[in-house]
Design a protein around this ligand. Structure first.
Ligand SMILES: [Zn+2]
Length: 243
């Protein structure tokens, strides 16, 4: 373990390789990427079989659930939250394994059709943190330089020799660092900590979904006009899938 001095993370510093998590029992745990992450991780294949869990494709832009304000989860978290979480993991795993067109950093409950306040975001390079009732307590700085995409704004089309992917992406002014709080779904512990840079952006993107907001709504009129054809195709695909 690290000594206490190294656990301190102040707003304005970008601790890319170290994090502090406060747990509800008052303990502070610091985690570095190479340390075993005991309670924030998506379970491994061996730990939890997702075989019986139905794979749900992410809902596409303009689905009514994507514009709803999602309901907070009751504590202790119920079976519905756990099932939703497993479906999120199933979908994340599916994209991690099979999707060649990009990398998925976050997925939220409304995107798989459940309007509750749960999401999973990638932290510490390859680990996913799944939170119920996530909140931002404090924020620091501004970062408007990250191009954000969204699984609800992706169209994969089979073409000769592979898949052609079209997707909407845009840059949004976000906080550069955030202090978050939420219930870690696996441990049912209230946790909090600072996230910076990409991870802070992903958190804010995912939290927006829980408030019914998508990046396309926050894009400029010019960006929407430029992507008009893609947005139309997404709309058609959503109807075709009867979503
Ligand atoms: Zn999104």
């Amino acid at each position: 373990m690290m000594n206490d001095d190294r656990l301190l993370i102040k707003p304005g510093e970008a601790p890319k390789d170290r994090y502090k998590i406060d747990t509800s029992d008052g303990a502070q745990r610091a985690i570095e990427e190479e340390d075993g992450i005991s309670f924030l991780d998506m379970p491994s294949e061996e730990e939890l079989s997702l075989d019986g869990v139905r794979l749900i494709e992410p809902l596409l832009y303009r689905h009514p659930i994507l514009s709803q304000i999602c309901k907070p989860c009751e504590f202790p978290l119920g079976d519905d939250v756990m099932m939703t979480t497993m479906r999120i993991w199933k979908c994340l795993r599916h994209y991690q394994k099979n999707w060649k067109s990009g990398v998925v950093y976050y997925l939220t409950a409304p995107q798989i059709g459940v309007p509750i306040r749960v999401f999973s975001i990638r932290v510490w390079k390859k680990h996913f943190m799944t939170l119920a009732n996530p909140e931002i307590m404090e924020s620091a700085g501004v970062n408007g330089s990250v191009e954000e995409g969204c699984l609800s704004l992706v169209l994969d089309k089979k073409v000769k020799g592979g898949t052609r992917t079209s997707h909407f992406s845009t840059k949004i002014n976000r906080a550069a660092g955030i202090k978050f709080r939420g219930i870690d779904v696996r441990s049912q512990e209230q946790i909090s900590g600072w996230l910076w840079d990409l991870e802070a952006i992903w958190f804010q993107h995912a939290l927006d979904h829980l408030d019914g907001k998508m990046i396309v709504d926050q894009a400029t009129r010019t960006e929407r006009t430029f992507n008009r054809e893609l947005l139309r195709r997404l709309d058609r695909e959503r109807r075709k899938r009867k979503l």
